[in-house]
Design a protein around this ligand. Structure first.
Ligand code: GRF
Length: 205
């Protein structure tokens, strides 16, 4: 299984997937890393691992359709990937990319969807909302990507306890390693055919 990882920031999920692939724990190869953020640590990680990487964003492609097409070209013509793995990717994918990889794009979210998902619910905002809601359990979710933020079919979840004295920092630190474990485990199940990617419904127009 050939993977593309799309990420915007630190890339710790990317690193976990690459490490699992290198160690043989995951039967998949990371073919390419794509980011919208030229300053992101995920690109340094890709460089260090010898994985091809690209930056595409509204500076490299001011026209949104061209940006979308460039993404499709990278994923198909240039790197011929089977699955697109979003790992802290902060941009919405364009309709061409969604159509081309419909049902073959997955994302990880740092909470138990459908709770604490949707627009604006990313990164520390999620943990902050979990704490404000007084939840005693949070977790991580891997799901298939559709047009709407965090709404596609859920593939796997894991629970993480929330403690009374938790802060955003302590909660993030407890959830992140669970994300890494869950993502690798779920990708391996997909690679082995133990999880069939569900049909997420009709693709965008
Ligand atoms: C993770 O919490 C992920 O769930 C969210 O963004 C964060 C990315 O972390 N979508 P990293 O870049 O993989 O370290």
């Amino acid at each position: 299984m050939k993977l593309a990882i799309l990420a915007s920031h630190g890339g710790s999920n990317m690193q976990a997937i690459v490490d699992a692939s290198n160690s043989g724990q995951l039967d998949a190869a990371v073919e390419v890393v794509i980011s919208n953020n030229p300053g992101s640590k995920v690109l340094q990680r890709a460089e260090k691992e010898g994985i091809p990487y690209h930056v595409i964003n509204s500076n490299t492609h001011p026209d949104l359709n061209e940006l979308d097409q460039a993404m499709v070209n990278l994923l198909t013509v240039e790197h011929d990937v089977d699955l697109v793995v979003l790992a802290g990717y902060m941009k919405k994918l364009g309709p061409r990319t969604l159509r081309c990889f419909w049902g073959r794009i997955v994302n990880i979210h740092p909470a138990l969807l459908p709770k604490f998902g949707g627009k604006g619910m990313y990164g520390d905002n999620v943990h902050r909302a979990v704490l404000s809601a007084g939840e005693s359990v949070t977790g991580a979710t891997v799901h298939v990507v559709t047009e709407e933020y965090d709404e596609g079919p859920i593939l796997a979840q894991t629970e993480v306890p929330v403690y009374e004295d938790d802060t955003v920092d302590t909660l993030r630190e407890r959830v992140l390693p669970e994300e890494h474990r869950l993502y690798v485990e779920t990708l391996q199940k997909i690679a082995q055919g133990c999880i069939q990617l569900p049909d997420p419904g009709a693709p965008p127009g």
